[in-house]
Design a protein around this ligand. Structure first.
Ligand code: PEP
Length: 245
């Protein structure tokens, strides 16, 4: 059975103690929990304690934006899933396109990170998506299919425990959103692959310049189970409007 819609804010490398406090207060004041809609924010590592203190006991969940594939050891600067879990996180992003592009993360590394997240009791929110050059070249089916297959092969039956996010790279932070039909086409493709692996209950979120003005049409698509929201998640009014769309 499919679950309700999930909207997750990715703060990226933005925020500060003061700005976060105002944002969290506004989210807590404005969010009306419902059985059909869930809301979460993914904050930079240094702020996970602040987010935990603000959101504990509320209906808002929180998470981190990356994790190490390793559980502990000589990995200077890295953060293990168990450390993130200690801060009450439910989610952690894995394979965001900015990690894939700026840090050279491969499909195999993303799959290892998703596995490490599950081992730490976290829900990995695994991102897939093609660049414009890939869409025009090999085609999104080839790229998204390859990214999905790497995760499915590594996780096997545990694939049912992840959240997927389709984020076309050409739509992230560009103001250029996939049309609802374009998003639905890719989500249906992912759903079909999930069904083949008996993981059809997995939520598949759309990400890429989601705003209050386009969220309703995107979320109305039958295979779009919510959104992963970057820039617009830093504005409480806009983010709440997206969450309610
Ligand atoms: C993201 O960071 O995952 C994202 C989708 O960003 P934006 O909403 O700003 O395009």
């Amino acid at each position: 059975m499919r679950r309700g819609k999930l909207v997750v804010g990715n703060w990226k490398m933005n925020g500060g103690l003061e700005a976060n406090a105002s944002l969290l207060v506004a989210l807590l004041a404005g969010w009306t929990p419902s059985a059909e809609r869930s809301l979460a924010v993914c904050a930079p590592f240094p702020y996970l304690g602040q987010v935990r203190d603000a959101l504990t006991g509320s209906k808002l969940a929180w998470g981190a934006q990356d994790l190490s594939p390793h559980s502990a050891g000589a990995y200077t600067g890295d953060v293990a899933g168990a450390m993130i879990a200690e801060f009450g996180c439910r989610y952690v992003l894995a394979g965001h396109s900015e990690r894939r592009q700026l840090h050279g993360e491969t499909d195999a590394l993303v799959a290892a990170k998703a596995k490490a997240a599950l081992a730490a009791g976290l829900t990995p929110l695994v991102c897939v998506g093609e660049t414009l050059a890939e869409r025009d070249g090999a085609g999104w089916q080839t790229v998204v299919g390859r990214q999905f297959d790497a995760i499915a092969a590594a996780l096997a039956a545990d694939l049912a425990r992840v959240v997927l996010a389709y984020e076309p790279v050409w739509a992230i932070g560009t103001g250029r959103t996939a049309s609802p039909a374009q998003a639905q086409e890719v989500h249906a493709f992912l759903r079909q692959r999930l069904q083949k692996s008996s993981a059809e209950a997995v939520q598949v979120l759309y990400g890429g310049s989601v705003k209050a003005g386009n969220a309703g049409a995107l979320f109305a698509m039958p295979d779009v189970d919510g959104g992963l929201v970057g820039g617009a998640s830093l504005d409480a009014v806009e983010f709440l409007a997206i969450a309610g769309a």
